[in-house]
Design a protein around this ligand. Structure first.
Ligand SMILES: Cc1cc2nc3c(=O)[nH]c(=O)nc-3n(C[C@H](O)[C@H](O)[C@H](O)COP(=O)(O)O)c2cc1C
Length: 223
């Protein structure tokens, strides 16, 4: 079993959020997952240019590090997303990765994967940022088991508690994968989305050819 953690703070080894990720991956490793951290702030990931070629060809044709990172996420069973709070949002680095993912959304390519999110903030708005990351996981077809956030203004004991919670959530991620945990609300939302998105897909069937073939293979639309 493979668990991949995405780091997106530009602060490298000084990152507060890295402390949560280190603990989360340690927890997953203690539960016997193979783990890998990818720091996307050190990679070259360009903006999405809305060329639509991913929907036609089934892959992003921009030449940079995106396909390498996404390949690792697609091969993983578990995904841990992380970002510091930047203006009540994720970092531009992580948002850029999200914006490059319309193929993952259209084809629900995180189906069967489990994940959770980690954030640190200077003072507040921890849950809002966790929701942004967990929503990405869900709109790509995956399940989220939760998140851990820490407002640094609450002091060292709050950080210690968040580190411990991250370690436990890393272990629980492995458990959720092993037991194929069910999240009926998340599944129902994904089913409703597919029922609505079908019409968008059919309206674009002449150029979203890869998407349409994929949906037919999955039995989500008929010929
Ligand atoms: C550009 C920027 C924007 C930030 N915006 C917020 C914010 O809106 N709310 C907040 O509570 N903290 C904010 N912070 C503080 C960081 O979220 C906080 O220091 C965090 O722990 C940094 O994580 P890192 O060390 O992993 O990069 C901001 C920091 C930076 C550099």
């Amino acid at each position: 079993m493979k668990v991949v953690g995405i780091l997106s703070s530009p602060r490298g080894k000084k990152s507060n959020t890295l402390k949560l990720m280190d603990a989360a991956l340690q927890g997953a490793a203690e539960a016997e997952a193979e783990v890998e951290a990818i720091d996307i702030a050190k990679l070259k990931i360009k903006y999405c240019i809305a060329c639509d070629s991913c929907h036609e060809k089934g892959e992003c044709t921009i030449k940079d590090d995106f396909n390498l990172v996404m390949g690792k996420l697609l091969a993983a069973d578990g995904i841990i997303l992380s970002s510091p709070n930047y203006i009540t949002n994720v970092t531009a680095q992580l948002k850029t990765l999200f914006d490059r993912s319309p193929l993952m959304v259209h084809e629900q390519l995180f189906e069967g994967k489990y994940g959770f999110s980690l954030t640190t903030a200077g003072s507040r708005e921890v849950d809002f940022v966790l929701d942004i990351m967990n929503n990405y996981m869900k709109i790509c077809g995956g399940n989220t088991i939760g998140g851990v956030g820490c407002a640094m203004s609450q002091g060292p004991s709050a950080l210690e508690a968040a580190i411990e919670k991250s370690r436990e959530m890393g272990k629980d991620l492995v458990k959720s994968i092993n037991e194929k945990r069910q999240y009926p609300e998340q599944e129902a939302a994904q089913k409703t989305w597919r029922e609505r998105f079908k019409y968008v897909l059919l309206a674009n069937k002449d150029h979203w050819t890869h998407n349409c073939d994929y949906w037919m293979e999955k039995g989500w639309i008929q010929k």
